[in-house]
Ligand binder design. Sequence first.
Ligand code: NI
Length: 273
Amino acid sequence: MLFDSHAHINNESFSEEERQALIQKIEASKLDYVMDIGFNLESSAMAAKHARELPWCYAAVGCHPHDTKDMDEMQLLMLKGLAKKDKVQAIGEIGLDFHYDYSERDVQRYWFREQIKLANELKMPIVIHSREADQEVMDILKEEGAFSQERKGWFPARYDGSGDARVLLHCFSGSRELGEQYVKLGATISVAGPVTYKNNRKTVSVVEALPIEVLLVETDSPYLTPEPFRGKRNIPPYVEYTAKKVAEIKEMELEMVVEKTCENAKRFFDIKE
Ligand code: NI
């Protein structure tokens, strides 16, 4: 049971034909589930549509920090409407990106907070994008109650009895210490293609340090293609190569990593089928 916990089938760079070809490729692959992740209103609506039409697809809706420059109150209301639709399982991806700074930092902060509030109001999991803003992302999550006891009370406890805040750090690129800190707070960590890149000791040590029960795997396709396909456009079935790398690092059977990460993702996103 292979689960790509973060992909963008809704990416605007696909023509409609390319998207249909991609969907066929996914259906012919070993993949069992894909989360299609929104990054603005339009892509969120498309993710919800894919979730409605495709049995293996589920959606998250939200506004990525890059796109917050175009956000307004009306769009937030429309995201809320989408969030209530069938098979829309999370708010995301939301967060801060101080690497590209495509939106002004204050604008990013404002909409990050508003969307955490939305996730709290709807009692939904949160998918986080954090780039060169580690400390501030954590501070804002804490300030907005993303790790509060109240929030943890909405979800079943984790394997070790600790509270699950249902906050996912997507494509985690932080240090081992930061990863451990997040897990202690009740977060879940997702690793993407970069863990397969040569010299990426940092993410390898995160995977080494954290129990498999708090790890998910993802592609973030069409970006971040794992080895051995680096340089090509990424597709969800390639999540298997990230799972292989996790298996190698943790000295586990690939099948076991595939099963566990799928089980973790289904629990995180509350997917019953
Ligand atoms: Ni993404």
